[in-house]
Design a protein around this ligand. Structure first.
Ligand code: XMP
Length: 516
């Protein structure tokens, strides 16, 4: 394991991902974890991330020199590079020369870090301070206008660092530099693959669950599907999946789970048809928050009953169903502070409002993985691309994409329009470029149109294609006009109740991605 010491910038996760892309497993630890503890975890190497502070600021996180005396190979990036320099006897100074963004870098000595890479290259910088003198024993290998020492290495001690950010795509040869550190300086081997990961997890799940039984709620999303498939591989039919059909899914989605997913994985699936129950509960409600609350409440009710049934059936066989599978991902673990160790990770708690007497131990086979790795695991497990590459879709489903009351008729209208949009975006091969494209029915709005010889008085559909990295911010996607035209023509021709198609050109903020 390579440990990425997080100095509080948003880059640590990205660094960990890039290291894994190089085929080396990596995890994140907070910079507050003491050096002895980090060394005690016997990391194959340590990477010090960038961070927002100046190394000379009074509250700046420092690097304990014992980290470098331990003999563990280490690589400093940006702030981590400066902290490394400062702690080993180099000099860090305010140069007054702030560098931010794309910056030309001159390689002065190839060394191991740059090897045969071009002597002039473009890198991504973001710093005010700069290293003005490398610590004793280090060779300076690159320089830039604002950073006299932009990279250094001490091959004997297996230490190196760079002022720029090798983990961002704007740094032309960043990944290569990172790999040079991992393979040519730290001497590691690329052995981390998703195939190994599947095997390892299967073993781990078998150990954890033993002869017990597990339950998993399938949502139709990537994470729960992959988690379930992985657990199925480990414990077979001692896993029961529950899928609550709330009637708010898009066209074909429930069938995909009921038929295709089961056929591929052999999973024991219980589909609970709760469509009427949800529609009844939503009748007469058009306030978005109230709709969300109702859908959440009904979901818990239905799932709770299903869980009780599964537990009851297990008891009849003399077994206990006391494990609950969840598709928690690594970014959630890191963000909730669980990334720095195992001590503060709760594994036994109440999930999503389930009652006290239904206590489950969590099985979270994806908790060390990033989203792109989860997709790879899905592919390894034989899941179809359409499922593995599914775009985010909110839990409350189409219920929050009908502006106004949710009725069966309105759901049917929206489902038809949405299916057309998805088909056309796929045909134009735009699926992976768009983060997601909500299709919204303005059910309480009507406008006048003309079709054939007649006047129409129909509803508008809103297209909301967005580009995003993490859904926190988003920009509206500039879809090609011909694709928009095709979508518009098809919807107005094929969906009788819709006579207008509009495009949402609002970024987030100020707009949210969903309309409700
Ligand atoms: P907003 O509309 O807040 O959406 O910009 C951000 C992202 O979250 C998704 N979303 C949800 N996902 N349950 C979910 O699982 C929800 O209640 C929910 N609401 C919004 C939305 O699709 C987008 O990806």
């Amino acid at each position: 394991t390579v440990l990425v010491v997080d100095f509080g910038a948003q880059y640590a996760q990205l660094i960990a991902r890039r290291i894994r892309e190089a085929g080396v497993y990596s995890e994140i630890v907070s910079c507050e974890v003491p050096a002895e503890e980090i060394v005690a975890r016997k990391p194959a190497a340590i990477v010090l991330s960038g961070g927002p502070s100046s190394v000379y600021a009074p509250e700046a996180p420092q690097v304990d020199p014992t980290l470098f005396e331990s003999g563990v190979p280490a690589f400093g990036i940006c702030y981590g590079f400066q902290a490394m320099a400062a702690s080993l006897g180099g000099t860090v100074a305010r140069t007054g020369d702030r560098e931010y963004g794309g910056t030309p870098l001159t390689v002065t000595t190839g060394g191991r870090l740059f090897g045969d890479l071009p002597l002039e290259q473009n890198v991504w910088m973001s710093h005010g301070d700069a290293v003005s003198a490398a610590p004793p024993g280090f060779t300076v290998t690159a320089t830039s206008t604002g950073a006299p020492v932009a990279a250094f290495e001490d091959v004997d001690r297996r230490l190196a660092g760079v002022q720029f950010h090798p983990e961002v795509r704007h740094t032309a040869h960043g990944q290569t530099v990172l790999e040079h550190f991992l393979f040519d300086i730290a001497g590691l081997e690329p052995t981390w693959t998703m195939a190994n990961m599947v095997e390892e997890q299967v073993e781990r799940i078998r150990t954890q669950v033993g002869e017990g039984r597990a339950l998993c709620a399938l949502s139709g999303g990537v994470d729960s599907a992959v988690a379930a498939a992985l657990v199925q591989r480990a414990i077979g039919d001692r896993l029961t999946c529950v899928y609550v059909d709330h009637g708010l899914m898009r066209e074909g989605e429930t069938e995909q789970i009921e038929r295709d997913f089961v056929a591929i994985t052999g999973i024991d699936l219980r589909v609970v048809d709760a469509r009427e129950q949800f529609l009844d509960a939503l009748a007469g409600v058009s306030d978005p928050e109230q709709k969300r609350k109702i859908i959440g409440r009904e979901f818990i009710r239905v799932f709770e009953q299903a869980a009780l049934d599964v537990v009851g059936d297990a008891k009849e066989h003399g077994d206990q169903a006391d494990f609950l599978v969840q598709g928690t991902l690594y970014p959630d673990v890191v963000e909730s502070g669980g990334g720095s160790g195992t001590a503060n990770i709760k594994s036994h708690h109440n999930v999503g409002g389930l009652p006290e007497d239904l206590q489950f131990t969590l099985v979270e086979p994806l908790r060390t993985l990033f989203k792109d790795e989860v997709r790879e695991v899905g592919i390894q497990l034989g899941l179809p691309e359409s499922m593995v590459w599914r775009q985010p879709f909110p839990g409350p489903g189409l219920g929050i994409r009908i502006v106004g009351e949710v009725t069966q008729e309105r759901l049917d209208i929206l489902r038809k329009a949405d299916a057309i949009v998805r088909a056309e975006l796929s045909a134009a091969k735009l699926d992976r470029e768009i983060w997601q494209c909500p299709v919204v029915l303005l059910a309480d709005v009507r406008s006048v149109g003309v079709q054939g010889d007649g006047r129409t008085y129909g509803h508008p559909i809103v297209l909301r294609p967005v580009s995003s990295e993490d859904a926190m911010t988003a920009d509206w996607t500039r879809l090609p006009y011909d694709v928009l035209a095709k979508i518009s023509t098809r919807i107005t021709n094929e969906v009788a109740e819709v006579n207008r198609v509009t495009l949402d050109v609002t970024s987030k903020p100020p707009g949210t991605i969903e309309w409700e």
